[in-house]
Design a protein around this ligand. Structure first.
Ligand code: ADP
Ligand code: MG
Length: 301
């Protein structure tokens, strides 16, 4: 196969591993910086150009689009899709997953366990908002945050009220969420490919911290997940329409609850902790499904 890997940085771990895994399996793979692509969107003459040449003949595309370039990245990916190139994750699914609120609404509609969650922009009655979620302690999140930045714990109702009012003053969209204390600063990252959790790690927050993000000093270790956690993660990925996803789950008194579904899960933490060849599994999935998509397209033609 000829594979396009959409990534802005050829030196990072995940990009390197995907390139290596594809080459090991005899594929041709090229790393492409989406921001440098320019496109012709004319009817019947769609094309993508890159560094003065037309990108042609690709069988599959692996999107690794960073949160800061979602808009343009999704447009380039969509262009590949319109030209009949099989995408490991489709542009619509990535755009959906990047919107935390929309994701939670979709998951809740389908009955996936979530922490009790409220959403607000400029509530007139902050006390009622707090009451609606069940009172303090509460977690307050900026809708646009990643890597744990913009996630705060309000231990008392007074602190929650002040924080919500402060965010309101900044005109930010916020999520107000039940604090899952019993998770004890740990969450589970389930790496989903297709209809399987191929690896799972537990991330534990450093002492005195409730956010388990590795970027916030959390540590990763192996974990055995329950069948319920497994099926929750797979269903969450499917609801989002993602073939590859990192589903973050907390162990709560009311069963597994999903925190978020990541459309571009990193490989370093999970491969290092589990010693599994996740990049290889992603390429294998791509091989099978790009071929299937091609047969289907031929049949329809
Ligand atoms: P981000 O997108 O910035 O990673 P998350 O919603 O994943 O934001 O929150 C970061 C971390 O904070 C989580 O990995 C988890 O450890 C902790 N956390 C988030 N929400 C809750 C909650 N409702 N209860 C307990 N811990 C939480
Ligand atoms: Mg997170």
């Amino acid at each position: 196969m000829k594979i396009a890997l959409l990534s802005r940085d050829p030196t990072i771990y995940s990009t390197n591993r995907l390139v290596q895994a594809a080459r090991e399996r005899g594929h041709e793979i090229r790393v492409i910086d989406v921001l440098r692509c320019y496109m012709n969107i004319t009817t019947h003459a769609q094309s993508i150009h890159y560094k003065g040449e037309e990108l042609k003949g690709f069988d599959a595309v692996i999107p690794r689009i960073g949160a800061s370039v979602t808009f343009y990245g999704a447009a380039v990916l969509r262009q590949f899709e319109m030209m009949g190139v099989y995408a490991l994750n489709e542009s619509v699914a990535i755009a959906r997953a990047r919107d935390k609120l929309r994701s939670l609404q979709l998951l809740s509609r389908k009955g996936i366990g979530l922490p009790i969650t409220g959403f607000a922009h400029a509530p007139d009655d902050v006390e009622d908002l707090i009451k609606m979620i069940g009172g303090a302690p509460l977690v307050i999140k900026l809708l646009e945050g990643t890597q744990g930045i913009g996630v705060v714990l309000a231990e008392t109702e007074q602190a929650a009220k002040s924080l919500i009012e402060a965010f309101m003053g900044l005109r930010a969209n916020i999520l107000v969420q039940e604090y899952i204390k019993e998770a004890e600063g740990a969450d589970i990252r389930c790496f989903v490919i297709g209809d399987k959790v191929v690896a799972a790690i537990k991330r534990q927050a450093k002492p005195g911290e409730f956010r388990s993000n590795l970027h916030r000093g959390g540590t990763a270790s192996l974990i055995r997940i329950t069948p319920e956690e497994r099926s929750t993660a797979v269903r969450a990925a499917r609801i989002m329409g993602l073939n590859v996803a990192g589903v973050d789950v907390l162990r709560s008194h009311h069963g597994p609850v999903v925190l978020e579904v990541n459309s571009t899960p990193g490989l370093e933490g999970i491969e290092t902790a589990t010693s599994k060849d996740i990049a290889g599994l992603m390429i294998e999935y791509l091989e099978k499904n790009a071929a299937l998509a091609k047969t289907r397209a031929h049949r329809q033609a």
